[in-house]
Ligand binder design. Structure first.
Ligand code: NI
Length: 136
């Protein structure tokens, strides 16, 4: 069931509000309400992640599949973290490079640990961790 919307007043310095409006306008927001709600959720996600609470997200890695053992190491790591990996998508980028997008859900500390071990594998050229909320 959708929660009831509540109106509230906020007092801000004029210059700060002007900059906020310009910023959210540039990002495509049609009004302040959605922009403020998104900022609040972003803060909650960051807080949950920093405290090891539940998060969902994606680890993205690019690696050279010709590098010795890199494919086996990455597979082994993923099997060891089966509890927090929801799915993985593999894309053959070009002759040498593979892109893997690994969807994860679980405690922030475990998600971070997985992202850290994946990026430390020799042959992994770049990796990112994108963390979002579990939707709750
Ligand atoms: Ni590939």
């Amino acid at each position: 069931m959708k929660d009831r919307l509540v109106r509230f007043g906020v007092s801000l310095e004029g210059e700060l509000l002007r900059r906020f409006d310009a910023h959210i306008g540039g990002e495509g927001y049609g009004n302040r309400s959605k922009a403020i709600a998104d900022l609040i959720r972003k803060e909650f996600v960051a807080d949950s992640f920093s405290k090891g609470g539940p998060v969902a997200g994606a680890v993205t890695i690019v690696y050279d599949h010709h590098r010795r053992e890199v494919v086996n190491r990455l597979l082994g790591i993923q099997h060891d973290h089966g509890g927090i990996i929801i799915s993985a998508q593999h894309v053959h980028l070009d002759h040498d490079n593979c892109l893997e997008i690994i969807a994860v859900k679980g405690p922030g500390a475990r998600v971070k640990a997985l992202a850290d071990v994946l990026k430390s594998v020799k042959g992994v050229k770049h990796s990112t961790l994108s963390v979002t909320c579990t939707g709750r």
